[in-house]
Design a protein around this ligand. Structure first.
Ligand code: ADP
Length: 420
């Protein structure tokens, strides 16, 4: 090999290794995300069309009310530009700790676990320059690296509107239970709320219901609720939009006091009409049944052993098929990743290449990972939805060599040669 050729060869190997490292890191992060989220029964998103309607107040009080019903609860605050959960819980000075491999959330009353972007920012202005993909990465990291342990509910608070943060979570948690949409009576008929509901529909997040906040005033003298705005608007709007109505929380000056002093309102003022309204609003959330088999959230955690994986390789003429959609058979390998061993292998004829069939077929055969040459983005998304990780750019080699190299960390991944 000439000098120039040799250095090109080294350069190629270096970029290949970097690509493989990046893919492996991505894979490990996705696996962590799947496992961690698999320990959480319900993920509830709290959204609003615009700011100032009491969304964070609702997120915190819904979480505390769930915990007061004996549920194990976590709160995740994803607001980069105005994380208010630490202030609402008087945790401004708190910082999450680490056990060396994961981030440990801050503990609050009733065993509630709290994680906020606010804990990670040195000062509020830090977030201003953050753009979509960076936010997506941080949120992914929070979902995959925070060790929540087993939870019944993770309540996720977002910035107002339908920006990068809820979009990222909707993509990363395709099995979330749904969103509570918070609005005030004055905003009920505005486009913001409809936009929010339509956003949920577009990204496949079920709408748990609309919760009307600051509707009616609690009289400080007699404690009765005075309806300042016409009553019933929330219900009418919910009916029109075909979503559930979760109730109305009145304007309650004690909520402002409690928020300003970092005390969760429903915990300290449980006898008030507003706290009772929160208790009523969460009834349907308490009743949500655990999903039978939320595909991508629990598949990996249901494996027989934590160190075994089932890998599928698309094959044509005894070698990896560079074009995923053109394979004749699939070679399946059950491997022990810790001991770097192939435990079992078999080959099955590929099913007809009809749209949407392969993700289900491979999922039914308990595939954890696909090692492919090339695959289109849409197909990759369909497999991810089923909890199957896809590694692209594997060489057109004999399947057994590919698996052995994979287990020994020697697999060279190149480009996606078939991105259609
Ligand atoms: P958002 O998250 O929608 O921007 P916040 O939860 O920060 O809104 O609430 C905005 C302000 O309204 C806070 O001062 C909060 O204490 C107050 N607030 C929220 N809900 C109520 C309510 N039902 N009654 C009185 N004040 C409320």
């Amino acid at each position: 090999m000439g000098k120039e050729e040799n250095s090109n060869h080294k350069l190629n190997n270096k970029t290949n290794n970097e690509k493989a490292d990046a893919r492996l890191e991505q894979y490990t992060q996705s696996e962590n995300l799947t496992n961690r989220m698999g320990q959480i029964k319900h993920k509830i998103m709290v959204l609003s069309g615009k700011g100032g309607v009491g969304k964070s107040t609702v997120a915190v009080n819904v979480a505390v009310a769930l915990a007061m019903n004996g549920r194990k609860v976590g709160i995740l605050d994803t607001d980069f530009h105005g994380p208010s959960v630490p202030t609402l819980l008087n945790l401004d000075k708190a910082r999450p700790s680490s056990d060396g491999t994961s981030i440990l959330p801050v503990e609050f009353v009733e065993g509630i676990k709290v994680m906020s972007i606010g804990f990670l920012l040195q000062n509020q202005d830090d977030a201003v320059i953050w753009r979509g993909p960076m936010k997506m990465n941080v949120i992914k990291q929070l979902l995959s690296e925070v060790n929540w342990g087993e939870l019944d509910y993770l309540v996720i608070d977002f910035p107002p509107g339908t920006g990068d943060e809820p979009l990222s979570v909707a993509q990363l948690l395709p099995n979330s239970d749904g969103a509570i949409i918070v609005t005030t009576p004055q905003d009920l008929s505005t486009n913001d709320v409809r936009k929010c509901i339509n956003f949920c529909r577009q990204v496949n997040v079920p709408v748990l219901g609309v919760l009307e906040n600051m509707s009616g005033l609690v009289c400080p003298h007699c404690g009765n609720v005075i309806d300042i705005f016409k009553k019933g608007g929330g219900e009418t709007m919910a009916k029109q939009m075909n979503v559930a109505f979760m109730g109305s929380i009145p304007v309650e000056p004690l909520i402002v006091d409690a928020s300003d002093s970092g005390k969760p309102f429903v915990y300290h003022y449980s006898k008030t009409a507003a706290a009772q309204a929160f208790a009523k609003a969460i009834e349907p959330i308490l009743d949500i049944k655990e999903k039978q088999k939320p595909s991508s959230d629990v598949v990996l955690s249901e494996k027989k052993s934590d160190t075994t994986l089932r890998i599928a390789v698309p094959v044509v003429q005894d070698r990896l098929s560079p074009h995923f959609g053109h394979c004749e058979t699939f070679a399946f390998f059950d491997v022990d990743v810790e001991n770097k061993k192939i435990l079992h292998q078999e080959s099955l004829a590929a099913p007809p290449h009809e749209p949407g069939l392969l993700p289900t077929w491979l999922h039914e055969r308990e595939t954890d990972v696909i090692l492919a040459g090339g695959m289109g983005q849409r197909a990759q998304g369909l497999f991810e939805e089923k909890g199957i990780r896809v590694l692209i750019g594997a060489p057109s080699d004999a399947p057994q060599n590919i698996i052995e190299n994979y287990l020994n960390g020697k697999l060279q991944l190149g480009d996606n040669i078939c991105d259609h």
